[in-house]
Design a protein around this ligand. Structure first.
Ligand code: UN1
Length: 486
C-alpha cells in the first residue's frame, strides 16, 4: 500500500502530525492508500505557503494561467483510464461512471482555460461627462476547497479550475474516503505546470482540518460541497469571508399521466440508482400521477430487480457499492424507518454481498410526503413512490422539502412543462430527463436548504472565485460630483 505525505509547496512533505488513516476499496474493504491526518500546525503551514504563492501566481496574465489548465486537461485525457480505475477502486462507482467523473473534470479544465482569455468585466456609461466607468475581476486570495467523495475528480475540478484561472491559490481538503484520487489530481496539475505552492493538499479529519481552514483570516474564501450539518457550521463560523455551500438534495421526478413511461423509467433508474444513489442530484422521490401510478410502479419494480449489484470494476455490474460502513448503516436505518412509517417496501431493502458495502436497489411505495424517507437525504439506492392527483399537487409535493437542488418532470404537455419550470423550487429543472446530468458550462447549485445561493461551474464559477473591482476615471480635469452636479 502506498503511503503519502501532505502535498505542500509543490512536493510531498512529511507532516508534523504522526496520525494517519487509510482509504478502502468499498467493493472489497481492502486498503487502497495511506494518508496523514493533518493537525492544526500542518494546515497553518499549507495556508502560509498558499499565501506566499499568491502574489506571483495572481500576477501571471490570466490567458497564461489558462494555458496551464489546458495542459492539465490534456494530461487528464491522457490519464483518463488510469484515473477512472482509481476512482472505481477508491470510491466504488462503476467504471462507465468513473470515466464520466474524469470527463467532467476535463470539461471543467477546458472551459476554465478559455475563461483565461475572457474574465470579462464590463463598461458602463457614467452619469457625468468625461468620466469612464468599468469593472475588472480580481482574485480573492487563498481559497479553501473542501470536497466530497462522490465525484472525487469532477468536484475538485469544478472548484479548482475557476479558482486557479482567476489567480487564486488553494488549500485543498479532499474527503478522507477518496484521498488517492485527490493525490493523482494534484500530481497531474503540477505536471501540467502549476507552480509549487499554488495548490496545496491537506488530508485528515474534517473536524480538525475544517475549522482551521474556515476560521483562519488568511483564507479568504471557502467552497464546500457536503452534508448539511457541516455546511451550517461553516456558515456560522466563517465570519465575513465569502463562502460557497452545496449541501445536497431530495430531488423529485414528477411523472404526469401524459408521460412516455418507458423514457421516465430509464430516467428514474438512472437518477435513483446511478452512482448507487450517492449524488446530491440523485432522484429520491418519484411523484406519479394516479392514472399511471400502478403501471409505473410495476415497471419500476421489475426493472429495479434486474439491476446487477457488484464491484464497479466488473463490466457486469450496474450498481456499485456504497462508500463505507456508515453509508451502509444509513441506508439500512432508513429502510427500517420507512417500514415503521408505513411505507411499502416493494424490492431491495437488504445488504448485498458482505465482501463490500453493497446495498440492493430499493423501492418504497405508498409513501406520504410527511414521512422521513420522503424528506431526508439518504444518499443511497432508495427511491420513494408518491401518488398524486394532478400537476398542482405534484408540484406542491415536490416543493415540500427543505432542499432545492434538482427536479424533473416527464410530460408531453408543453403547459405542464412550463408550469413545472416556473413553479418548482430548485436550482436545476429537467424536462423529460432525469435529475442528474449537469454540464460544466452551466450553473450548478440550489435553493432553500441546498445552499447559500452561490452557484458553481460556468460563468458562475468565475463569479464565485473572483472579486469585482469598480473603476471610475475622471478625465475632465475638474471636480465632478456624482448625484449633485448637472
Ligand atoms: C453531485 O452529486 O454533487 O449532475 C454532483 C450530476 C453530476 C454532478 C453531480 N454531473 O449528477
Amino acid at each position: 500500500m502506498k503511503k503519502f505525505g501532505l502535498f505542500i509547496g509543490g512536493k510531498w512533505v512529511v507532516p508534523d502530525s504522526k496520525a494517519r488513516f487509510i482509504s478502502l476499496n468499498p467493493a472489497t474493504k481492502k486498503p487502497v492508500a495511506s494518508f496523514p491526518s493533518a493537525n492544526e500546525k500542518d494546515v497553518l503551514y499549507a495556508i502560509s505557503i498558499a499565501k506566499a504563492a499568491f502574489p506571483k501566481w495572481s500576477a501571471i496574465p490570466a490567458p497564461k494561467r489558462g494555458e496551464v489548465l489546458l495542459r492539465f486537461a490534456s494530461l487528464l485525457r491522457k490519464n483518463k483510464e488510469r484515473l477512472a480505475r482509481v476512482v472505481t477502486q477508491e470510491m466504488g462507482k462503476v467504471l462507465l461512471e468513473a470515466r464520466g467523473d474524469v470527463q467532467e473534470a476535463i470539461d471543467a479544465a477546458e472551459y476554465m482555460a478559455g475563461e483565461g482569455r475572457r474574465l470579462f468585466g464590463y463598461t458602463a456609461p457614467s452619469e457625468l461627462p468625461n468620466k469612464a466607468a468599468f469593472t475588472v475581476r480580481e482574485p480573492i486570495g487563498v481559497c479553501a476547497l473542501i470536497t466530497p467523495w462522490n465525484f472525487p475528480v469532477a468536484i475538485p475540478a469544478w472548484k479548482m479550475m475557476p479558482a486557479l484561472v482567476c489567480g487564486n491559490t488553494v488549500v485543498f481538503k479532499p474527503s478522507s474516503d477518496t484521498p488517492l484520487c485527490a493525490a493523482m489530481f494534484v500530481e497531474l496539475l503540477h505536471e501540467a505546470g502549476i507552480p509549487g505552492g499554488v495548490v496545496n493538499m491537506v488530508t485528515g479529519s474534517g473536524g480538525i482540518v475544517g475549522p482551521v481552514l474556515v476560521q483562519n483570516p488568511d483564507v479568504r474564501t471557502v467552497s464546500f460541497t457536503g452534508n448539511r450539518e457541516t455546511g451550517e457550521w461553516i456558515a456560522k463560523n466563517a465570519g465575513v469571508k465569502k463562502i460557497g455551500l452545496e449541501l445536497g438534495g431530495k430531488n423529485p421526478i414528477i411523472i404526469m399521466d401524459d408521460a412516455d413511461l418507458h423514457l421516465a423509467l430509464e430516467g428514474v433508474l438512472w437518477g435513483a440508482f446511478g452512482t448507487t444513489g450517492q449524488r446530491c442530484t440523485a432522484a429520491s422521490r418519484v411523484i406519479v400521477h394516479e392514472k399511471v401510478f400502478a403501471e409505473f410502479e410495476k415497471m419500476l419494480v421489475v426493472a429495479a430487480k434486474k439491476l446487477r449489484l457488484g464491484s464497479g470494476a466488473s463490466s457486469s455490474a450496474d450498481v456499485g457499492p456504497l462508500i463505507n460502513q456508515k453509508a451502509l448503516e444509513k441506508s439500512q436505518y432508513f429502510v427500517s424507518v420507512g417500514i415503521k412509517e408505513g411505507a411499502r417496501l416493494l424490492c431491495g431493502g437488504k445488504r448485498g454481498p458482505h465482501s463490500g458495502f453493497f446495498f440492493e436497489p430499493t423501492v418504497f411505495s405508498g409513501v406520504a410526503q410527511k414521512m422521513r424517507v420522503a424528506r431526508e437525504e439518504i444518499f443511497g439506492p432508495i427511491v420513494c413512490l408518491i401518488k398524486v392527483k394532478n400537476l398542482a399537487e405534484a408540484i406542491k409535493t415536490a416543493n415540500d422539502v427543505d432542499y432545492g437542488l434538482s427536479a424533473s418532470i416527464y410530460t408531453k404537455g408543453i403547459s405542464n412543462a412550463f408550469k413545472a419550470i416556473e413553479q418548482l423550487e430548485s436550482g436545476i429543472v429537467y424536462v423529460n430527463a432525469s435529475t442528474i446530468g449537469a454540464e460544466v458550462h452551466l450553473p450548478f447549485g440550489g435553493v432553500k436548504g441546498t445552499g447559500n445561493g452561490v452557484r458553481e461551474a460556468g460563468i458562475e464559477g468565475i463569479n464565485e472565485f473572483s472579486e469585482t473591482k469598480t473603476v471610475y476615471i475622471d478625465y475632465s480635469g475638474k471636480l465632478q460630483r456624482a448625484q449633485i452636479d448637472d
